[in-house]
Design a protein. Structure first.
Length: 348
């Protein structure tokens, strides 16, 4: 029988590649700003390919690309009629990708996220959020997902609505906050307490995703690990955010003066990118502190995921093409290489 997410986490780390929005924006299939995943309808083959690449790199989870494919996001681009087909298509694409790799025991995750309509001072917004979450969870449940990730939510109260929608549907819930630079969730609650509230309300996995790079995410994890007894999740963005600017929504690239508006977020973060080894170190640190749902959010590419997988002691499919610098013409050590090239390596 197939093991569910919790059984898998009890046995060890589960790797989850995310970051589909940024990856698709860079490839020219959706627009930064609105950030609506229209690509799942217009170019499903591109989404399938990214799923495939993340799977080959070692992701255990195929996350349906429904992030920001919700009612409010479709309203802002005037395409609310696409809501249901978009959601259903994204779920089907994820399941089809899983089915291409039958030997891997992949888990398919549904995904709900910040609605951007939640307002703590407007009780009507609670109902609106609830409806948005319930319709998405319903489609994911119908599609037979293994669990649902609620993520990038900055309010405890909004997350509680998301969590209830998932648990009312009888599904496993992973609840990940995006933690602001200003400190505290937007209700003024600290991450440990915020996660404990979710555990007490029935969340199966709690933690953080997005906003912060690996170092700034790691700073918050001990507090969360201590506060809860359930599994903890950590999916940072692969950017070198700092004490001064912990979140990637406000970043300055000191080495560049031609970024329109001056904010490197979201389309000029290149110079702040983490390399694959930094993400691998993050994965190892997570394991050491018993944070078992490990992943990577906006900015992720398969090379990061493969190195994280290798750091977990695995050999994913794409390990076949793992770097082997012994064969490099100048930096290599293979005895058949030309000596005049290897001797010149440091001068190149
Ligand atoms: Zn993200």
């Amino acid at each position: 029988m197939k093991k569910d997410l919790i059984t898998r986490l009890n046995e060890g780390p589960v790797l989850c590649a995310e970051g589909y929005l940024f990856a698709m924006e860079r490839r020219g299939y959706l627009s930064a700003g609105a950030f609506v995943p229209e690509v799942v309808l217009e170019h499903p083959e591109v989404v399938s390919q990214l799923h495939r690449e993340f799977i080959r790199a070692g992701s255990d989870v195929v996350q349906a690309f429904t992030y920001y494919g919700h009612r409010e996001k479709l309203r802002i681009i005037g395409k609310e009629e696409l809501l249901e087909p978009l959601q259903k298509n994204a779920l089907k694409i994820a399941k089809d990708a899983r089915d291409e790799f039958k030997d891997l025991n992949l888990l398919v995750a549904g995904n709900i996220a910040n609605t951007n309509v939640f307002d703590p001072n407007d009780k009507k917004s609670y109902i609106e959020c609830q409806k948005m979450f319930e319709e998405q969870v319903g489609w994911a449940k119908d599609a037979g997902v293994d669990f649902i990730i609620a993520e990038t939510i900055t309010w405890v109260e909004e997350m509680k609505i998301a969590l209830k929608a998932i648990k009312d549907a009888g599904l496993i819930a992973v609840c990940n906050y995006a933690f602001r630079s200003a400190g505290g969730l937007r209700d003024g609650i600290q991450p440990g307490e915020g996660c404990k509230i979710l555990e007490d309300h029935g969340a199966d996995v709690v933690g953080l995703n997005c906003f912060r790079g690996p170092e700034m995410t790691m700073k918050l994890l001990p507090e969360i690990r201590k506060a809860v007894s359930c599994h903890v999740a950590a999916l940072p963005v692969p950017y070198r955010t700092t004490e001064k600017h912990p979140g990637f929504l406000n970043q300055v690239d000191e080495g560049c003066d031609c970024i329109p508006g001056g904010n490197a977020f979201p389309v000029a973060l290149d110079n702040l990118y983490c390399n694959r080894f930094e993400m691998a170190e993050f994965a190892k640190e997570c394991v050491n502190m018993k944070v078992n749902f490990i992943g990577i959010c906006c900015g992720a590419e398969p090379h990061h995921v493969r190195e994280m997988s290798v750091a977990l002691g695995r050999k994913p499919i794409a390990y076949k093409y793992y770097p082997d610098m012994s064969k490099h013409y100048a930096h290599g050590s293979d005895p058949s290489l030309k000596k005049h090239n290897t001797d010149a390596a440091k001068t190149l």
